[in-house]
Design a protein around this ligand. Structure first.
Ligand SMILES: *Cc1c(COP(=O)(O)O)cnc(C)c1O
Length: 364
């Protein structure tokens, strides 16, 4: 009889080789630091709303699978986003799950997923995990879309899905609309889908939600994470009903918990509070932009999100210095050559932002 294999041998034989070689998604430890690394809304609900939410959650039937409450969320979101006629919404456990479900649903032989880079890492990761090809098209040096490169790549690769983060992460800008129109048109010619990822919609001046109605091949994806519910995990995607119905078939039936659903309904009943928070964050973003403009050695890029990308003389040094002074941001310089010496700053509360500016200035 042969010896029982070790666990390492068992893993080597059973787990995909590419998964074994992968690094797990890294979440920076943040205990004791001012956390400005992940575009979270820094504000909690006021105490009386916290109490009300607690009572609402306590009454939820957690012994039952999610059913009606999820339908209620879809209806409330449709009203909130003014969903165009003929369109439908589906829910994800965060938009990360929707990105994974899109790769799963579009896994036809030879399928390619295309996105500008640097961009949100999950587009590439979901493609690779699903065994699809990922084509990253570098942005121009000012972080605008490289129109010629995008159109050439779309014609050459005929991607099933083209992601356009609107605005983009980590560059935080909204790309030129005339160029986007031509990209959307080119994808239509190639029989592909365009997904507008509007994770930062509360902080952006434009949206594709209404424009989508005139383009059957366009989907708009959003999340409540940057809105103020990152811990709740609720993403949603809208598009032509016939198309969304197909993608919704690959969704695990109970992917959104009754607690996620109830917390979302509660938030949508208090949109004024979230709108107030978003307005304050947009005002703080402008204050940060002015202060960064006056800071020697720092180049801050335009932002339509709750983050600002800055280029500094030495990102590793600035990141370490800020951390030592108690402020955690994200060093994105290794993500792509275009991001050399770039840090991504999340917009926090007024006090946090002042600490961040002081820490950055002292760490250059
Ligand atoms: C944060 C982010 C998401 C992920 O949102 P979740 O709903 O928290 O999974 C999606 N897209 C972009 C561009 C993001 O920055």
């Amino acid at each position: 009889m042969s010896a029982t294999p070790t666990l390492a041998e068992r893993i080597a034989r059973t787990i995909r080789q590419d998964v074994q070689s992968m690094h797990a998604y890294a979440i920076q430890p943040s205990a004791g630091l001012v956390k400005l690394d992940a575009m979270e809304n820094p504000f909690r609900l006021p105490p009386e709303l916290q109490r009300e939410l607690g009572e609402r959650l306590a009454r939820v039937a957690i012994n039952r699978y999610p059913a009606q409450c999820v339908a209620d969320v879809i209806e409330a979101l449709a009203r909130f986003v003014e969903l165009p006629a003929g369109c439908q919404l589906m829910l994800g456990n965060g938009s990360d799950e929707l990105i994974a479900l899109l790769a799963l649903a579009c896994d036809v032989p030879g399928a390619t997923i295309l996105a500008p880079v640097p961009g949100f890492v999950m587009y590439e990761m979901s493609a690779k995990l699903q065994g699809l090809r990922f084509v990253g098209v570098p942005l121009a040096s000012d972080f605008e879309l490289d129109e010629a490169a995008m159109l050439a790549a779309i014609e050459r690769h005929r991607p099933a899905i083209t992601y356009l983060a609107y605005p983009n992460n980590p560059t935080a800008n909204l790309w030129d609309d005339a160029v986007i129109d031509r990209v959307v048109g080119a994808v239509a010619q190639q029989h592909g889908l365009v997904v507008f990822d509007e994770a930062y919609q509360p902080f952006a001046s434009r949206t594709w939600m209404q424009r989508m109605a005139a383009h059957e091949h366009v989907l708009v994806m959003r999340t409540l994470s940057k809105f103020g519910l990152a811990g709740v995990r609720l993403g949603y995607m809208a598009g032509a009903a016939a198309l969304v119905e197909q993608i919704d078939k690959v969704r695990p039936p109970y992917n959104v918990s009754v607690l996620n659903a109830e917390a979302t309904l509660f938030a949508l009943e208090h949109v004024d509070e979230y709108a107030r928070q978003a307005a304050l964050l947009r005002a703080e973003r402008e204050r940060l932009q002015r202060a960064l403009r006056d800071m020697g050695g720092v180049r801050a890029y335009p932002s339509e999100a709750n983050m600002i990308l800055v280029r500094v003389p030495d990102a590793a040094r600035a990141f370490a210095g800020m951390k030592q002074r108690g402020v955690l941001v994200k060093d994105v310089s290794a993500l792509h050559p275009l991001l050399a010496n770039c840090l991504r700053l999340t917009v926090g509360t007024p006090d946090e932002n002042t600490l961040m500016l002081d820490a950055l200035k002292a760490s250059l």
